[in-house]
Design a protein around this ligand. Structure first.
Ligand SMILES: NC(=O)c1ccc[n+]([C@@H]2O[C@H](COP(=O)([O-])OP(=O)(O)OC[C@H]3O[C@@H](n4cnc5c(N)ncnc54)[C@H](OP(=O)(O)O)[C@@H]3O)[C@@H](O)[C@H]2O)c1
Length: 233
């Protein structure tokens, strides 16, 4: 049995990660996002690959909703073997055009969400002394992107959160990995006038997550940067 919880699983990178883990024998996937109809479509793909799937519509910025979502997973399947904090939103704007509401919303969607979801599963994972937590950072976690002030601040914060979770859990049997991808072809780039070939495919990020999970329990990949072959966009 392999229990995997993926936030932001309704499209893009999260959906690709769900499809990748659906190939595992006896996969049990909990798919989390707000839009149920999109989750159902990804769930159908995963079931066709043999996985047992739970569709869990949830706003991961809402503390009570996250607690209820985690309770459903824990009651049904127990602690996850893999937790992928992938949900996020990309709303680019320079500082001068960013309202405090937009800034807070980007922090909520990209940073507070991962804090809430990780906290909701942490005790159960520690009790088993086993499990792998992934955080979906970005190259915006490690370099400045003028014109994306709130997103960049949130993703820098996410890297800090992940580093602390790593240090707080490394002797408790958990592994923690932050992925730092560059431009990846997903609906979040809709409307951008660049060829698909200029981006990484979401399947490559998914394949990386699955491969890192399969390292021996004696090894953790702490921080992984992935970039399009021709560099950042
Ligand atoms: N694409 C890239 O180039 C790139 C590069 C580096 C890092 N990343 C990161 O990778 C992650 C996935 O990116 P993507 O490109 O696949 O994004 P995407 O296509 O926009 O998908 C985002 C996912 O997050 C979910 N989500 C957003 N807000 C949510 C909320 N409040 N509660 C629950 N779910 C929520 C969305 O589902 P609902 O709308 O149904 O809720 C969707 O499933 C993000 O963290 C992003 O920052 C992406």
């Amino acid at each position: 049995m392999l229990v995997v919880v993926i936030t932001g699983a309704s499209q893009g990178i999260g959906a690709a990660i769900a499809r990748a883990f659906a190939e595992e024998p006896q996969a049990r996937l909990a798919l989390v996002a707000r839009q149920q109809h999109k989750l159902e479509a990804v769930a159908a793909d995963c079931r066709a690959r043999g996985a047992d799937v739970l569709v869990l519509p949830c706003d991961v910025t809402d503390e009570a909703a996250v607690a209820a979502m985690a309770r459903q997973v824990l009651d049904r399947w127990g602690a996850p073997d893999v937790l992928v904090n992938n949900a996020g939103q990309f709303r680019p704007a320079p500082l001068r055009e960013t309202s405090v509401e937009t800034f807070r919303a980007q922090l909520e969607a990209n940073l507070t969400s991962a804090f809430l979801v990780t906290q909701a599963f942490l005790e159960a994972m520690i009790a088993r002394r086993q499990g792998h937590i992934f955080f979906m950072g970005s190259v915006a976690s490690i370099r400045a992107y003028p014109g994306s002030v709130a997103y960049c601040a949130a993703k820098h914060g996410l890297l800090g959160l992940a580093r602390v979770v790593r240090e707080e859990t490394r002797t408790l049997g958990l592994r923690v990995t932050v992925l730092l991808p560059g431009a990846t072809y997903t609906p979040s780039w809709e409307g951008v006038d660049l060829p698909e070939e200029r981006f990484m495919p979401a399947e490559d990020i998914a394949r990386t997550v699955r491969a890192l999970y399969h390292l021996s329990p004696r090894t953790v990949a702490e921080e992984i940067v992935l970039r399009p072959q021709e560099g950042d966009i």
